[in-house]
Structure formats: structure tokens, C-alpha cells
Design a protein around this ligand. Structure first.
Ligand SMILES: Cc1ncc(COP(=O)(O)O)c(C=O)c1O
Ligand SMILES: N[C@@H](CCCC[NH3+])C(=O)O
Length: 445
């Protein structure tokens, strides 16, 4: 990236430069946040999350179709996040007992949640049924039997969707594609697994089949993939209608791309949805199918741009003619995406977000891996140890994929809105990290 290519930060939500010349988010000075809560710190712009939710809903409302917006918890979750979702009237998708537990602790209405996963355990399914999760998205034959046994024992019924793998290769990183034929997720369409699953579920009265789900991948920039997926799903539902089944729900997943750097050219989040609604309406009409409820499951597009990570700059290594490394107090432990997907980000100095860059530096993390780099070739003004670096668009799959590698604590997380900051996840302590260790000193020590 060249100096002129730096994305201007105020393109995201409430970010602005305040009177002190510092980066402010949600009306709160980021230097004050770093001072009060320490770094690394993940800051969420709550107004931007609310705006995204409102935009998604508005598209459906304007189209006059039945819908459900469910947030993919895996992008970022915490008790406060589930509470925000509940307050904003959106559902969620959960993929583990841990996510169900957190939602439950938050008082989230689990009836609006869908449970996903390619290998849900019997214990997790039992927990979901007992806790009142509304919909189970069935992924494989093994799970159909497990769930049916649990429902029989508890004498219950539950709504289910069938996750279909539509055989579509979305244009994104290979590791985050999910809809292609060779995928671990869902019932394969081409080989007929989907219809075999449909027939099996129809024969089990405790499983109330409401429709189908598919998710073609993540960080997708065009609507063609969604169009192909919708076409495949409608064709399947039309076939099942011949067998006497009318689908009530068509869940087309998430995957709407966001702009991490100037290289990314996504649509506006609501434009993906507008296209999806149009496509589904047209195709359902063409197939003479009653229009099912359209469900979407955005994760990244709901929270990525709302998140900014603050780091403190520490050491520097200059290799003349090769590279200038600037190291910060976080890295792959709080954001694995650059190391895992070669994901690109941009950043500014929080104390001088609009200052002209004077050099190109590479931002290194503090973990014992050469691949622990956060940003390569970032144009930056002159900085010094102790300065705060603000890295943008870290709200999705950053904290949620965080680890304790090297026994570094995971960062704290704050929500900011209307000039107020609220701690929503405490910084992990050394003791937190050691508390699961069994400390039985052997007698010979
Ligand atoms: C089943 C399912 N739904 C929704 C999502 C959310 O995707 P994204 O964060 O790209 O919107 C994912 C993750 O890719 C997923 O696997
Ligand atoms: N974790 C991935 C996306 C995978 C989404 C889960 N299906 C990312 O950071 O981009």
C-alpha cells in the first residue's frame, strides 16, 4: 500500500478527530480509553452496530417480505453483545454449547436462536433442547438420529432446517469458502444427500422441518454467488413441493464482505440483502412456490467495521533498505487473521490520525512467530514508543478467535456510544490463564 492509499478513518461509523487532534470513537477519545483500560483494547462503536441492524431490517421492511435477521455469534460474542442483539430485536446463530451458555447468561431469548455446526455433540444438542433454542440447523445424518433420540427422551418436538451444501464456489479465501461441493458442511445437493435427509426428517414427527439453510462463505464481494445459491435452493424446494412439502423458511446465511483496506470493494451491506430479496422473490414466483420467510445470518458485516483495536507501540527494528519493524503489545493472540488468511488491515496513530505519513513501517506483534505480523507496509507518521496505534475493522473474528498463545492475556473489550465507554469484557489476568492448571507439586520437587 502506498502513502496515498491510506483509508481515511472517518469512513467508519462515528470515528472522527476530536478537538485534541485524537481519534475519537462514539464520542470518546481513544487515548483516554487506552489510558483507562490499557492496551491491547478492542473498542466497539455501538451506534454503527445498531445502524447495520437497522439497515438490514429496513431492506426487508421496504420489500414487504417476511424475514428474520440473525447475527452469527462467532464473529464476536459476549454477554453484552447478546444483550445488544436482544434489545435490537435480532436473532442469533450459535455454534457451540459455549455460545448457548453465554446467550443464556445474557438473558437472550433463545427461541430466536439457530444452532449450527457440523459435529454438534449429543451433550450440546441436549443442552440446546433443554435451554429452548428455537431452531436446530441439521448438518448430517448422525445428528438427525442424535436429535431425534434426545427429543424422544424429553418428549419434545423442535423446529429444524436442513443445511444444504449447494456446490457453489464463492470468490473468497479458500479457507473461508463453505458452499463448494467438497466441503465438510451440510448435506450435499448434487449426490442426492439433501433429498435423502429430507425424506428421513419427514418421517420423524419430532423434527418439524421448516425449510433449508445454506451459507456459501465469508467476505464475499458480489451477489452472483448468492444468486446461484438461491436458485439451487428454490429448485430444491420446488422439487420437495412435488413431494407435498411447503417450505416456510429459506436461510441464505451470511458472508457479506466488508472493506478492510482500500483494495476491498464490497457492496454496502444492505445492498447484498436487497439483491437477495429480489432474487428470491423472482425465483420463487418463477417456480410457483409460496415465498418463504427469508433469513440472513450476517456476522462480519454487522460488527467488523464497528471494531477498532488499540495497541501501544514498543520496540522498533530498522533494516535499512529492507524494512522498518514497529512492534506492538498485541498480535496474533488477539487477531489471528493476518497470519491465518493473509488478511490486510490499515491503522493510524491515535494521537495524530490525520498526520501525513513520513515512512512505511510493518507492524509486528509480540508473539514468538515470524508470521505474527499485523500489517505489512503501512504508511505512518513519525511514531515513538508509547504511542497508541489504532487498527481498523477488527470487530469480526478478532477477539472471537483470540488465544493465550505464549500465555499472553486476551485483551479487554469496551463498547462506546454517546460519549460513554462501558467495559464489556475484562482484560484476562495471568491468574485467569493459570486457573485451570492443576497445581499438584510432586513430592520430589
Ligand atoms: C453458517 C454460517 N452462518 C453465518 C456465518 C457468518 O458469516 P459472515 O461473518 O461472513 O457474515 C458463517 C461464517 O462464515 C457461517 O458459517
Ligand atoms: N473466521 C473467518 C471467517 C470464517 C467464518 C466462519 N464460518 C474470518 O476471520 O474471516
Amino acid at each position: 500500500m502506498k502513502a496515498g492509499d491510506v483509508l481515511h478513518y472517518y469512513q467508519y461509523g462515528t470515528q472522527t478527530t476530536n478537538q485534541a487532534g485524537h481519534l475519537s470513537i462514539g464520542g470518546v477519545d481513544t487515548l483516554e480509553l487506552a489510558h483507562e483500560y490499557g492496551t491491547p483494547l478492542v473498542v466497539y462503536d455501538v451506534a454503527l452496530i445498531k445502524q447495520r441492524i437497522a439497515e438490514f431490517k429496513q431492506v426487508f421492511e421496504a420489500a414487504g417480505v417476511a424475514y428474520k435477521v440473525t447475527y452469527a455469534s462467532k464473529a464476536f460474542t459476549a454477554i453484552a453483545m447478546y444483550q445488544l442483539l436482544a434489545e435490537q430485536g435480532v436473532g442469533c446463530d450459535v455454534v457451540s454449547g459455549g455460545e448457548i451458555y453465554t446467550a443464556q447468561q445474557a438473558g437472550f431469548p433463545l427461541a430466536t436462536a439457530s444452532f449450527h455446526g457440523n459435529n454438534k455433540s449429543a451433550a450440546e444438542l441436549e443442552y440446546a433442547v433443554t435451554a429452548g433454542v428455537g431452531t436446530i440447523v441439521l448438518d448430517n445424518f448422525h445428528e438427525i438420529d442424535l436429535l431425534n433420540d434426545i427429543l424422544t427422551t424429553q418428549d419434545k418436538t423442535i423446529d429444524v432446517l436442513l443445511r444444504i451444501s449447494p456446490g457453489i464456489s464463492a470468490h473468497t479465501h479458500e479457507y473461508i469458502m463453505t458452499g463448494q461441493e467438497d466441503s465438510k458442511f451440510g448435506f450435499d445437493l448434487k449426490s442426492g444427500q439433501a433429498t435423502t435427509a429430507f425424506e428421513k426428517v419427514q418421517a420423524l414427527p419430532r423434527l418439524n422441518l421448516r425449510g433449508v439453510h445454506c451459507h456459501i462463505g465469508s467476505q464475499i464481494f458480489e451477489t452472483k454467488g448468492f444468486e446461484m445459491a438461491a436458485e439451487a435452493m428454490i429448485a430444491l424446494l420446488a422439487q420437495w413441493q412435488q413431494q407435498g412439502f411447503t417450505a416456510q423458511v429459506l436461510n441464505l446465511g451470511g458472508g457479506f464482505g466488508v472493506r478492510y483496506t482500500a483494495e476491498d470493494q464490497p457492496l454496502a451491506p444492505q445492498d447484498y440483502v436487497r439483491d437477495i430479496v429480489k432474487i428470491v422473490k423472482n425465483q420463487a414466483a418463477a417456480a410457483q412456490l409460496p415465498l418463504p420467510e427469508i433469513w440472513i445470518e450476517p456476522g462480519r458485516s454487522m460488527v467488523a467495521e464497528a471494531g477498532t483495536s488499540l495497541y501501544t507501540i514498543g520496540s522498533r527494528k530498522d533494516l535499512p533498505g529492507i524494512r522498518h519493524y514497529l512492534a506492538v503489545d498485541g498480535g496474533m493472540g488477539d487477531n489471528i487473521r493476518p497470519a491465518l488468511y493473509e488478511a490486510k488491515y490499515t491503522a493510524v496513530l491515535a494521537n495524530a490520525p490525520e498526520a501525513e505519513p513520513v515512512e512505511t513501517v510493518s507492524i509486528a506483534g509480540k508473539y514468538c512467530e515470524s508470521g505474527d505480523m499485523l500489517v505489512w507496509d503501512l504508511p505512518l507518521p513519525q511514531s515513538k514508543p508509547g504511542d497508541v496505534l489504532a487498527m481498523f475493522v477488527t470487530g469480526a473474528y478478532g477477539y472471537s478467535m483470540a488465544s493465550n498463545y505464549n500465555r499472553n492475556p486476551r485483551p479487554a473489550v469496551v463498547f462506546v456510544e454517546n460519549g460513554q465507554a462501558r467495559l464489556v469484557i475484562k482484560r484476562e489476568t495471568y491468574a485467569d490463564m493459570a486457573h485451570l492448571d492443576v497445581n499438584e507439586s510432586p513430592s520430589h520437587l
